[in-house]
Design a protein around this ligand. Structure first.
Ligand SMILES: NC(=O)c1ccc[n+]([C@@H]2O[C@H](COP(=O)([O-])OP(=O)(O)OC[C@H]3O[C@@H](n4cnc5c(N)ncnc54)[C@H](OP(=O)(O)O)[C@@H]3O)[C@@H](O)[C@H]2O)c1
Length: 245
């Protein structure tokens, strides 16, 4: 029988220093792939490097994807790639009722979750292999809307439309979205402060699966979207059944 040689791929994970992105980095490195993790803060990248398997397979780049010149510089540094994934989000101050919403917080959310991914696609697509993929991260707020969630709902919903259009424009590069439900990750510190544990516990009780998500649940779904050559223009919901309750 002919042996199948495992191909080593290179993935850029923006948001790879925390939560879902960090979990994805760990999984890809364990499979022997090359990974570049990116985020704004060098200290968070250094901390991630300490908890990921050491070795030449991992690179880190400090970048802010809301800034066009930094995105251009990022792709100058990273070289050729097979996949681009972004889990980046800056959502402090955005879960508010309309009268309390400040434009600066709205802009941070739109810039980090919608404009940044668009810039990544614009400047990153030329460096991707033809069998490559781009995966954006949206979220349950678009599909189970709630008061105080209007901005995040709008941004997450728009990401799906962006992916549908880019899946046509950038073909054969595949473009998909993963839409997580509530996942126990560091983002909750900014979103809920000391109410984090209480809120996650209440959601676990509501969900059909009886628990909130872990970053690895979403990392596994992203790996599916990256590796399945027939998946493009897809929103993959991984939310523990949240849309149903
Ligand atoms: N956790 C949940 O319950 C949940 C639910 C639904 C959807 N989501 C979505 O899932 C995604 C991942 O969430 P998570 O929980 O893994 O978040 P997280 O733990 O807070 O990680 C966010 C990552 O993005 C980076 N980042 C933020 N803004 C950036 C920017 N402008 N440029 C580059 N990097 C940036 C952060 O590093 P720096 O701060 O150093 O930049 C960090 O590495 C987000 O899009 C979030 O909205 C999360």
């Amino acid at each position: 029988m002919q042996s199948i040689e495992k191909v080593q791929e290179h993935t850029l994970i923006v948001g790879g220093s925390s939560g879902m992105g960090l979990s994805l980095a760990a999984s890809l490195l364990a499979d022997g792939h090359k990974v570049t993790i990116a985020g704004r803060t060098q200290e968070r990248l250094d901390e991630a490097r300490r908890c990921l398997p050491q070795g030449a397979l991992l690179s880190t780049v400090a970048t802010d994807i809301t800034k066009e010149d930094e995105v251009i510089k990022l792709f100058g540094q990273v070289g050729s790639m097979d996949h681009i994934v972004t889990t980046a989000a800056t959502l402090d101050g955005v879960y508010r009722l309309l009268p309390e919403l400040e434009l600066s917080a709205i802009r941070r959310a739109i810039d980090s979750k919608l404009l940044g991914p668009l810039l990544l696609a614009k400047y990153g697509a030329p460096s991707l292999s033809s069998h490559g993929s781009i995966t954006f991260t949206s979220g349950i707020a678009a599909y189970r809307p709630a008061a105080r969630g209007s901005v995040v709902a709008a941004v997450n919903g728009a990401l799906a439309s962006l992916a549908y259009a880019l899946a046509i424009e950038l073909a054969p590069i595949r473009v998909n979205v993963v839409s997580p439900g509530w996942v126990d990750s560091p983002i909750w510190a900014a979103v809920a402060g000391d109410k984090k544990a209480e809120m996650l516990e209440a959601m676990a009780d509501r969900l059909p699966v009886g628990r909130v998500g872990q970053p690895a649940d979403i990392a596994q779904a992203i790996q599916f979207l990256m590796s399945n050559g027939f998946a493009t223009g897809t929103v993959l919901h991984v939310d523990g059944g949240h849309r149903l309750v």
